[in-house]
Design a protein around this ligand. Sequence first.
Ligand code: SAH
Ligand code: SF4
Length: 406
Amino acid sequence: MTVPFAADALPTTAIEKRPLERYVAPAMPSLVGLPRVQLAEALGEAGVPERQRRMRVQQIWHWLYVRGAQDFDAMTTLSKELRQELARRFTLARPDVAAEQISVDGTRKWLIRLPGELADRPHEVECVYIPEADRGTLCISSQVGCTLNCSFCHTGTQRLVRNLTPGEIAGQVVLARDRLGDWQRAASAGSEPEKRLVSNVVMMGMGEPLYNFEAVRDGLAVVADGEGLSISKRRITLSTSGVVPNIARAGNEIGAMLAVSLHAVTDELRNELVPLNRKYPLRELMEACRNYPGLSNARRITFEYVMLKGVNDSAADARALIRLVKGIPAKINLIPFNPWPGSSYQCSDWEQIEKFSEIVFDAGYASPVRTPRGRDILAACGQLKSATEKLSARERLALRAMAMTD
Ligand code: SAH
Ligand code: SF4
């Protein structure tokens, strides 16, 4: 088997972090990542008559998502006048990469700046690329920070929150293909999508995707579009902490693979680890999972379970977990806890994780233990949070205080 994901085959230049003061908010809107309907509206604004819009969308779609065009001039199937008119109104800017870090294990983390309410105060999110032997997974964010506050998650301690737009969600895939030099490979992969560097997408970065439902749905539709980025829904996984009312909707309207952050087998413990459980307790969550549209042995739900030493990692917990998921086509993904500065948990001992995994495996469930990747660059699950974001929050408070005393 060829291993296209060997770290040494990828571009090796990292990007030094750009100071916040150098951030310049985009002056014009970008067309990158816009759903087809919005792209057609943008073309309307640029004077493209209605009867031509479908065809023009098709052409631009191809340039953007198959060829990776970064410039209107490259779009040679459009007339020069149209290209000029588009360039007067729009850009093809990707979300702004303010820093790139490369881990010793080949994992890459991008710090992305997005426009904030104040022109010189951008928001920051992170996006992580994880190369493995048989796939390359891009972990993308759905929100700046998270309104929920799971006690073991770094993102949950971040107060500042805004929803990402569909363009910013799909834009993360576009910028990853840019940075990895993946466009040509992606376009020629044909029926072997695993040959692309970015072959899979998981929505497991910052934010709770089901609390930004429409934008996540529309952004992922751009990512999955077979005439564009073409990452099939079977290769897209959406992870939720358990927003029960939106689970069935996710199955019907998004159709991606579902991962559920379970982490505990009793309401008492889950209330503490995933406080959303107080609103949507285990019984309702498991009911929603059983009824997940499209659920089958070929399309299982992944239950994520973070291994916290002495908290949820006993053999009795493992057996209770099996009882809980009984009857649901499921995989169980054990995640070693990734510590972050100030966290109050410890990761379970390795023998304990193995014991737990064995019990689950013996009950007939695949129970891979997720190898932590990119630990040296704080890129592992639940570690995404930017220090500058904290700073901007404080600065914002100071700014507000100043405005109030004016
Ligand atoms: N908000 C969504 C998706 C983002 S978090 C959700 O909670 O599902 C992706 C996964 O990382 C979730 O299963 C989350 O519980 C887990 N996670 C969060 N912090 C972690 C940490 N410090 N160590 C290991 N896993 C963590
Ligand atoms: Fe939000 Fe998910 Fe972190 Fe919980 S684990 S705080 S839902 S990002």
